[in-house]
Design a protein. Structure first.
Length: 285
């Protein structure tokens, strides 16, 4: 059976947080816009239900989606579909967690991020404990600003030791990390170095466009979020033919959700079925 990893980004573009470095989530959605996003999402859910492939989905909204009931319901529904091996979402974890009682815990996962300017560590950890009590699979992420490394270490200390804590590198300034700082962060996230560089990718084989693809709310497919060209539409006949092996056309690839599919990095071996929610196979991270 073929496996497809799908990155879905609908039109939702609002967030209940206001992180200073965030490039999106500076808009408010109207009731009509949210209704249109909900309709697009439901169409996608029904499409997944009718497929025969083994499907993994990562929702990568331009904002916070889990505070919306229609995303909670869509994820719950998807998690119970026999052809869905994973349904995950990027979230700030500000939503209530009781609704997760109804999800299929074998397939459901969260890519959470802790934003210390927006929530206290104590409150974030309380939410994580609710996930632990509910046996929800999740990773926790943190943006590696120099001045927040102590906070990162404190977070590691407070989190359940079995939860993987990843760190995203701040890459807008060249040589931002010196060797000592790199080591300090690596002590928390041994995979951090993968995220500190823009990996050369032009001409190299990548699963994006073959077994992995990005979708918008209208069903338009792109190889990944970083190559703008559309390759097809899942609601049109023959879209499967648009999925085939081809080399990357961008110079570099710098985000986890992209470079994990770059074949020379062999990161499928590191993450296995946790590739979408960013949880490595080994528990010693
Ligand atoms: S929580 Fe995420 S989407 Fe919302 S403002 Fe912060 S970085 Fe942006
Ligand atoms: S290497 Fe990155 S930019 Fe290139 S096709 Fe793969 S995911 Fe897209």
């Amino acid at each position: 059976m073929k496996t497809w990893n799908i990155l879905y980004r609908g039109t939702l573009s609002s967030c209940n947080y206001a992180c200073a470095y965030c490039p999106f989530a500076k808009t408010k959605n109207t009731r009509e816009e949210l209704a249109a996003d909900a309709a697009d999402l439901q169409r996608f859910v029904q499409w997944v239900a009718g497929r025969k492939e083994r499907i993994g989905i990562l929702f990568t909204p331009w904002g916070e989606a889990l505070i919306r009931k229609y995303y909670q319901e869509a994820m719950t529904e998807l998690s119970h579909m026999p052809n869905v091996y994973r349904v995950a979402i990027q979230t700030n974890l500000s939503c209530k967690t009781a609704w997760m009682n109804k999800v299929n815990k074998e397939t459901f996962a969260l890519w959470t991020t802790y934003h210390p300017t927006e929530i206290s560590r104590a409150k974030f950890i309380k939410k994580c404990k609710e996930l632990d009590e509910n046996a929800i699979r999740y990773s926790v992420g943190f943006v590696g600003f120099k001045e927040q490394v102590k906070e990162l270490e404190a977070l590691r200390n407070d989190l359940n030791p079995s939860v993987y804590l990843w760190v995203n590198a701040y890459k807008r300034e060249a040589n931002y990390y010196d060797a000592a700082l790199l080591e300090q962060i690596e002590a928390v996230d041994p995979l951090f170095r993968y995220n500190t560089t823009y990996h050369p990718s032009e001409g190299l084989p990548c699963q994006a466009g073959e077994t992995s693809f990005s979708l918008d709310g209208d069903g338009n497919m792109r190889r990944c979020h970083f190559i703008k060209k559309y390759i097809g539409n899942i609601y049109k006949e023959g879209f499967e033919e648009k999925l085939f092996a081809r080399p990357c056309s961008n110079k570099t690839c710098g985000c986890h959700i992209g470079y994990v599919h770059l074949e020379n990095l062999k990161l499928y071996e590191v993450y296995g079925d946790g590739v979408l929610e960013r949880i490595p196979r080994q528990q010693n991270y």
